[in-house]
Ligand binder design. Sequence first.
Ligand code: UDP
Length: 489
Amino acid sequence: MAISSPSHQTQIHIVFVPMLAPGHFIPMIDMAKLLAIHGGIKATIIITPTIAARYNQSSEPSSNSIPISFVQIPFPSDEFGLPEGCETVDTLPSGQWANFGSALKIWQTSVENFIEKMEPLPTCMISDRFIPQVAGIAERLGLKRIIFDGMGCLNLLITHQIEVSKIYETVEESEHFVVPGLPHEIELTKKQIPSFICPVLPSMIEYRDNIKEADRHAYGILINSFEELEPDYIVELQKIYKNRAWCIGPLSLRNKEKKEKAIRGNKAAIDEHECLKWLDNQDSDSVIYACLGSLSKIAPPQLAELGLALEKSNRPFIWVLRATETKLEIEKWMLENKYEERIHGRGLLIWGWAPQVLILSHKAVGGFITHCGWNSTIEGISSGVPMITWPLFGEQFFNEKLVSQILGVGVSVGAKTSIGITSEQTEVEVLVKNEEILEAIEKVMNGDEGGTERRKRAKEMSEAAKKATEEGGSSYHNITMFLQDMVIS
Ligand code: UDP
């Protein structure tokens, strides 16, 4: 189905500008491909050279047939003292947030200059909420701007309700409060709210205000979720976004071929065939997959607790470890404790990027230890894998509530406090003990009534996710409605 603009002569052309973090550019690139295939639109996605390299390295099989153009705008890493090629948040060394923020501003100016010179101008712009500066060009050029922030409906609604009620001004740090104005009772503490919602630092307050200002001028919002997953929350969001909120996910389901799943976002640190062979040798629903996202900085002693829990589970597992500054320390712990010998034949360690969607969609995977980043959450849901939830920062505590409390497809390890995304301290205390992680693993993996029911619900949800993206499904329909809206001036 191709949708043209009213003259029926010009094709819709959408320019996409992602935030430079995997959790943001991965779903946006999926989205660009999805809209290009579904609606026959022309898609231009603006990225940096290293992101382009990650995707080119991949030599994706079907990419040539998809009409999307990658435009590379150089990122001024050098100018701000960042290491060469440091153009995304996942490659950022500790202590460099301010420099990255300054470089990101310059990058956005270059993006604005590029868009201004586009001829003819695009039909609309989809840009990430967290790069509000670039939104200005849409306004100056009179383009419709659509927000994308890579997160789900419940997060959007909780954020809105907390901001409107300002409840954080009336509660103590560890005091439990019920989020006002939600269809379900959800309890949180201030320590579980992203600092972005109730900022203290002047630079953070300015950033938050810029985002709010840009949001005020946006035409609507696209959401990587599906209506059947969050029916009550999307109804509430439509009131806030004046019926211009479109759930078009799960976006990861756009990747159908094994090769596409394997190279999504970065070059995997393990050969996909090796990984699949390992999984093929395991029983259905037997493997625990542990991956805490692309950004987390977890203290080595805390990681050791996870390692011990995986070992004590006596089940096969895949453990993804980020190759960050603390890698040497964790390796030392493993060596001293002969960890790899102890888990030999049962545990597969991936140091670096894992082909997550490929792994999750394998029938051997029976449980997902996740930090509840929204992409991981919806990828877990799409794959029908029950989750062991361990939120770390940002809106992840909200997503945990959805998974464990509302949908009933997860069990919490009991994390109580956000460790903060900008945290540079690696020697933080152990916040979650191996016994607690193990308890959650057992609840998810064992075949008792609770575990069986959870697994059944997870499989049903996965079916609903697939249905939503197929012709006649809610997300499929919403894409059509969204594209039609874009051509009405
Ligand atoms: N991801 C991956 N391999 C990894 C780590 C992450 O493919 O080793 C992908 C994952 O599938 C998801 C994204 O990176 O699409 C991470 O986004 P999410 O919102 O889950 O968490 P974040 O990394 O932003 O905290």
